[in-house]
Design a protein around this ligand. Structure first.
Ligand SMILES: NC(=O)c1ccc[n+]([C@@H]2O[C@H](COP(=O)([O-])OP(=O)(O)OC[C@H]3O[C@@H](n4cnc5c(N)ncnc54)[C@H](O)[C@@H]3O)[C@@H](O)[C@H]2O)c1
Length: 323
């Protein structure tokens, strides 16, 4: 049996749907798994999947989608049929909601990842790529964040689940010898961005003349990373992890932007002044993120090229076209 299909979990989500499209564009067959977690509207995820189906038709590639929950071991095992490798992007995302419901995050992110790893091994998959997060660095003082910095002081349940996934990935590699990559994504944006995330939220509210709420004094910063750069990093990790065994890679932009500057950029792109409401910094939110890219640049040839203003303009163009 030829096992050249790639399983992408979270395929109906923001990053997952872009990764599926890119895999199909490179001629690979893909199986997508997603349970339409109600964190945001199913209709948005259905649109993401439509883009995947269009890409499959355009490239004459096979794309199969399975609606199912990877917390159920039998669902994941069935999804592995004919699959040679896994890109596990499905998760309950979002820092603040994880504080309200940590158990659900542990179940989806930790139990779910354990199931995916176990099923990948049983199916003989030759590599697993897993989404982690810059949030694992917590409020680390030394910047930029390097992959070998300590990451044992998470400040939200979400971050703790992502660090747990990394530890599970390491144990899996130790026990099976199979390559595992953990990708620490730094705030990803662009077309189809999750509606809860700052750029998407602010863009829609500023355009509608509605106030935006900023937490803290606006000096907190994020290393915003454009989706196309992230996708290139994911595909490179998929292709290269076999040379590394177990490896953690930062996928960021190495250009941290303070919140006030982000709002200014969005408002210039949208062409409207924002009405700003200030609120205290939220529990679980880190002060700053900033990726050191030395390892991913040298080992993955990762080279994020998109400037924030260009990426925000592309996201705005997409949003206007899809309204
Ligand atoms: N977007 C970011 O800025 C960012 C930053 C760091 C890490 N990440 C990680 O990247 C990955 C993708 O994030 P995203 O922004 O595309 O989020 P997303 O919510 O758009 O996509 C995640 C998808 O996983 C699916 N899912 C959740 N639980 C599932 C389950 N039990 N079974 C099957 N499917 C399930 C959801 O329905 C969703 O479609 C996640 O692992 C997230 O934690 C994202």
């Amino acid at each position: 049996m030829v096992r050249d299909r790639i399983l992408v979990t979270g395929a109906a989500g923001f990053i997952g749907s872009h990764v599926v499209e890119a895999l199909l564009a490179s001629g690979r067959s893909v199986v997508g798994l997603d349970n339409f977690d109600p964190f945001y509207a199913r209709s948005v995820k259905e649109q993401n999947l439509s883009a995947c189906r269009t890409a499959a038709a355009r490239n004459d590639c096979d794309f199969q989608f399975i609606e199912g929950d990877f917390c159920q071991p039998e669902v994941v095992r069935a999804a592995m049929d004919g699959v040679g490798s896994v890109i596990h992007l499905g998760a309950k995302a979002g820092v603040r909601p994880s504080i309200a419901d940590p158990g659900a995050y542990v179940r989806a992110n930790v139990v779910g990842t354990a199931n995916v790893l176990e099923a990948a091994d049983a199916a003989g998959c030759d590599r697993v790529i897993i989404a982690s997060s810059s949030s694992v660095y917590g409020n680390a003082e030394r910047v930029p964040f390097r992959e070998d910095d300590p990451a044992d002081h998470p400040i939200s349940p979400y971050a703790a689940t992502k660090r747990s996934c990394e530890l599970l990935g390491h144990a899996h590699h130790h026990l099976t010898g199979r390559p595992v990559a953990m990708l620490r994504f730094f705030t990803v944006y662009g077309p189809r961005q999750r509606p809860d995330l700052a750029i998407s939220l602010f863009m829609r509210r500023i355009a509608a003349g509605e106030p935006i709420r900023l937490f803290g004094d606006g000096s907190s910063s994020r290393d915003y990373t454009y989706i196309d750069d992230i996708v290139a990093g994911v595909l490179a990790a998929h292709d290269r992890v076999v040379d590394h065994g177990f490896r953690i890679w930062n996928l960021g932009s190495d250009r941290p932007t303070p919140l006030n500057e982000l709002v200014e950029t969005i408002s210039e792109v949208v062409g409207k002044r924002p009405t700003i409401e200030r609120a205290p910094i939220q529990p679980g939110d880190v002060e700053r993120t900033w990726a050191d890219l030395s390892r991913s640049r040298s080992e993955l040839k990762y080279n994020p090229a998109t400037r924030l203003r260009d990426g925000v303009a592309r996201q705005w163009g997409w949003l206007r076209a899809s309204r």
